[in-house]
Design a protein around this ligand. Sequence first.
Ligand SMILES: *Cc1c(COP(=O)(O)O)cnc(C)c1O
Length: 405
Amino acid sequence: MKNNNSYKVDSNGFYGPYGGAFIPEMLYPNIRELEEQYMEIIYSDAFQEEYRGLLKDFVGRPTPLYHAKRLSAHFHANIFLKREDLNHTGAHKINNTVGQIILARHLGKHRIIAETGAGQHGVATATVCALAGLECIVYMGALDVERQAPNVRKMQMLGAEVRPVQSGNKTLKDATNEAIRDWINNPVDTHYIIGSVVGPHPYPDMVTRFQSVISEEMKSQLQEKTGRDYPDYLLACVGGGSNAAGAYYHYMDDLRVKLVSVEAAGLGVESGQSAATTTLGRDGIIHGSRTLLMQDADGQITEPYSISAGLDYPGVGPIHAWLNRSGRAEVVNVTDQQALEAAFLLTRLEGIIPALETAHALAALEQLDLKEDHNVVINLSGRGDKDMDAYSAHLPGEKKKFTTD
Ligand SMILES: *Cc1c(COP(=O)(O)O)cnc(C)c1O
């Protein structure tokens, strides 16, 4: 199946057979309003001027493309890190929330809702709501509220109201359902900021466009550093898939670039405890779009598991379902243990503590057939501060060698 020679969204909101807007009738007006206006608004001069200005002065872009020399020597290839960890709030998520908050104002909305799992998207949303002076309500599973107390406190300090969700497993999926319910009840004044390239069209495309600043910068940075504006390999971890979609965007139709999507295999792909969505998933519908979904024989969604909260989602953005099923992107699976080891390796070789999500992308280097002259870019989606408890609990035995010398 070819999609006009392009992996980008078609005019009906589909990527091959994936995507679309499978929503309750009550949501039609909201989604239609957004679909009719988003392109015109985000490519208007007024929007672009404000967006670019905030990316530069508030978020801290462009983020560096760092040539990791000791990591390169270790893997016998030229490895570059796209430093999304250096963004304000510590990850790529702010690229999207800055874009959506400006969009919300252009649409005349003054109330913002969002869902969050680990709290990273909630913090990024509460941050831009404070910036714009808009009301902010974040739905979060009650279990996650307990597990992610520091992010809950940040959101509250930023002025957001965190609403614990008591239904289902009390995690991300349930928080998303609750946010959708809120939106149905408040269609006129509310904008829903979705945190990844998931949800009904036009969200996957809109979020991809906001994150595409990553590959836009990468092109000129690679040109400057390597004399070529494209890498041989481009790696990113995939939860919903927003950092990967942004890193791939300007290279999707450039077949010289091998796209590698890294999924969380948890305790192992066959263990029953993983979030290896495209490997294990079958076609299904979740949160408004058709995509690959982890489900049992009856079509019930299987609970995902990963040590990394940001990758712990049973679906994947429809763009990634299509990139994988069309053969454009290769999927690599990485277990909790492999991700932890990669995080320690990067930290000791380069002095950068990555987020656990990002550590999955780093671990995939072990599984590629790299050559000395290959240029490899890894999208370093976020920093590891939030993961220090997990890292401390798993510090390798060689630790003693470093602390008692
Ligand atoms: C949320 C998060 C992810 C996963 O989300 P995507 O939409 O797949 O990018 C990855 N890395 C970090 C650091 C995150 O915070």
